[in-house]
Write a protein that binds this ligand. Sequence first.
Ligand code: NAP
Length: 277
Amino acid sequence: MILVIGAEGMLGRDLMALLGERGQGVDIAEIDITSLESVLQVISARKPDVVINCAAYTDVDGCESNTEKAMSVNGEGVGYLAMACRDNNILLVQISTDYVFDGSKGVPYVEDDAPHPLSVYGESKLAGEMNAGFSPEHLIIRTQWLYGIHGKNFVETMLRLGAEKDELTVVDDQVGSPTWTVDLARAIIALVDNGCRGIYHAANSEYCSWNGFARAIFAEAGLEVTVKTMTTTELNRPAPRPLYSTLDCSRLEKDTGFQPQSWRSALKEYLSARSLL
Ligand SMILES: NC(=O)c1ccc[n+]([C@@H]2O[C@H](COP(=O)([O-])OP(=O)(O)OC[C@H]3O[C@@H](n4cnc5c(N)ncnc54)[C@H](OP(=O)(O)O)[C@@H]3O)[C@@H](O)[C@H]2O)c1
């Protein structure tokens, strides 16, 4: 049995749907990963073969002013899960982020590149990666720019704003790969089913800027919106972001045979799935 922690979140819900009867899910109502006692109690009651941790404090700007909470949920909490997995011979799968990198490499990051987070969120997620190592059986999956039907995300924000306004300004100097949570869930399952261990990158293929992504969303949705450009410096958010954090996913493809579709075709699939709701 695969136990998904953070099963009510954006990724967790799509993962649960794909796992079907193989999966059980818990979220903050049943488990608090910042409490070792809570973690031990759930793990010993459920007795999973695999734990996939999708729980996190994901408010990137909020983390800047809540360092303690960020380190507690994204760092220490993963350590508690890892200790419980170590003591019960369970594989721990930890979901991590491109924000462990500083974005200065200029070409896609591979798994062995040295991390250098710019933000509290990135630092806390890197602490989580290191703490996952307490479990001898661990798999760390870094991903980026997630959107999915069950969470607040950039696509939904653009669709809402695009219905209200005919002109928007979106940053064009951050480059990455928008990734549909269903495709990430497929990649996670492929990695688990192929017995993979260590660090992997998983994201939809090809890349764009947030500005390019916004233009694609409006084009696919048939919305006529003028998208103007701005820089990250002009946007002036509390947390610094890596400017170029595209992830090289060739290790995933080589070890599982799973080839993530392009971000553009994933976006089309997402919009058509969403229109059926
Ligand atoms: N979203 C992205 O763009 C992105 C990019 C790269 C990596 N990731 C990583 O991908 C994973 C999934 O992200 P997501 O966007 O699906 O996250 P999400 O929607 O925010 O879901 C996280 C879930 O974890 C729960 N949770 C928070 N603190 C918890 C705790 N102490 N104990 C147990 N559960 C707790 C949350 O409950 P509440 O809602 O009640 O807090 C929520 O249901 C995370 O590890 C994230 O860091 C995300």
